[in-house]
Design a protein around this ligand. Structure first.
Ligand code: ZN
Length: 459
């Protein structure tokens, strides 16, 4: 079995205190030792050693919300109001992409993740291509297949079709990449479809994710049967009635919360909703930058964590972020927490890093396997260099990672399940032809926009 010893000036196990001059020993796919170099068992002295030098070595970052197939849409939807943003995205995806280009786009997204030290992606996808991309490029992940259908009359067909898609994708699941489902959101999924999707998840033991409580317009639709989503649905001859006191209450009514889903965004929630989420053991993908960029608001992170709910961080798609940088996401979470609570220590850098690692793993129910450096867990590792003068001096490695290195550099090393994917910010394996195909796709999108009035930014 392949044995490799990684050493660095700082090792951050997350589940225990930072180690100066630390070592992580990896045997095959698993971690065999974490500790100070001085304490390394003698039989590891002869192993292959990768000395990262002046760097911090930590568990791989866990991104709890991506749309990898939209990677080619970075910067494409700038400045659009949410409903126009959604409809333009949906039309452009339908008219400019085929399965191969969605696959390329997803692969480019996985490569970006790996370069940024991300070793797990929880991806919601319409096409399912990201499942193949995650498997082929080599990242750990869950691909939640989306189902849509705001008209209750579509429910049976939608579930039948989803069941077929699940069966087709699930046959290719591996120890690293797993298929799930995602009834999309209250403005795109009817109550009967939510109920049916929850039953499907339960009977097939599928992980489930839902976009929920994201916009004010969504709450208006669910609670009051009013607002822009209600108007748009009525224009499609779909009956709109008051459904529940809140989007979270709607999920509870439909039996979705019983399946302990991953709740994406969860911004428009009150204390009753928080208690309800905690009671059911559902988890959260907190996406601070996307929530800010689309103007949706700030999720009540403190209340969610105080209730004992597992909260991870997600970048969302690059069409709403526009980066896939988990350290940047951790920094934004800390800054927003400080602002919201009027306190500089509302979310310490070490806690922000927990959100980006072990708490993200808990949110995906993978905490027994990943999220911290512990003997027996999978060797999913990320390292970042501290050699730049801009990164010095280092008083606390977590603070440097979150507040100094965020967005400033690629990973020095990324390891997934014991396999090295990135060294010095460079992927060890990549498809050069994909680059030119991605450029061609970008050109195609620009041409599409030039002929489509709906993409004009709202003023
Ligand atoms: Zn999303």
């Amino acid at each position: 079995m392949m044995r490799t010893l990684y050493t660095a000036q700082w090792v951050l196990p997350i589940s225990s205190v930072p180690i100066r001059n630390g070592a992580v020993a990896v045997s095959g796919a698993n971690i065999a030792f974490v500790g100070a170099m001085d304490a390394l068992p003698a039989d590891w002295h002869g192993a292959t050693r990768i000395d990262l030098g002046v760097a911090v070595l930590m568990p791989g970052l866990v991104n709890t919300h991506t749309h990898l197939e939209l990677t080619a849409m970075r910067g494409f939807l700038e400045g659009l109001a949410f409903r126009d943003w959604l409809s333009t995205l949906t039309r452009a995806r339908r008219e400019c992409f085929v399965a191969e280009s969605l696959y390329d786009s997803a692969c480019a997204g996985v490569e970006e993740a790996l370069r940024n030290g991300i070793t797990t992606c929880a991806d919601t996808t319409e096409s399912g291509e990201p499942l193949a991309a995650m498997r082929d490029v080599g990242v750990r992940g869950i691909g939640y297949l989306e189902v849509f259908g705001p008209n209750p009359s579509q429910c049976d067909d939608a579930i039948r079709e989803l069941t077929v898609r699940v069966a087709a994708r699930r046959g290719h699941d591996t120890a690293l990449v797993r298929t799930g489902i995602s009834p999309h959101a209250p403005y795109s999924v009817s109550a009967p479809l939510f109920t049916a999707a929850a039953r499907l998840a339960e009977s097939h033991q599928l992980p489930m994710a839902v976009h929920i409580a994201e916009s004010h317009a969504e709450s208006q639709l669910v609670r009051d049967a009013e607002g822009p989503f209600a108007t748009a649905l009525r224009a499609r001859q779909i009956d709109v009635t008051k459904q529940a006191r809140s989007p979270i209450a709607l999920l509870e009514q439909c039996g979705v919360l019983r399946g302990r889903p991953l709740l994406i965004h969860a911004i428009q929630i009150d204390q009753r909703d928080v208690d309800c989420i905690a009671e059911h053991g559902a988890t959260i993908a907190h996406c601070p930058i996307s929530n800010l960029k689309l103007g949706h608001g700030i999720a009540p992170l403190r209340e969610l964590r105080a209730a004992g709910i597992a909260v991870g961080l997600g970048t969302d798609s690059v069409a709403s972020n526009d980066r896939m940088d988990m350290l940047g996401e951790a920094r934004q979470a800390a800054l927003l927490a400080a602002l919201r609570q009027r306190s500089p220590d509302a979310l310490a850098a070490s806690d922000a890093l927990r959100l980006a690692t072990i708490d993200g793993a808990r949110a995906l129910r993978l905490e027994n396997r990943i999220g911290s450096l512990e003997v027996g867990k999978a060797a999913d590792l990320a390292a970042f260099a501290l050699t730049s003068l801009d990164a010095q001096p280092v008083h606390d490695a977590a603070t440097t990672l979150v507040h100094v290195l965020a967005g400033a550099q690629h990973a020095l090393l990324t390891v997934v399940n014991g396999e090295v994917r990135v060294r010095d910010g460079v992927l060890l394996r990549s498809d050069r032809d994909r680059e030119s195909r991605m450029h061609a796709l970008g050109t195609r999108l620009l041409q599409w926009r030039a002929t489509n009035q709906t993409t004009a930014p709202v003023s």
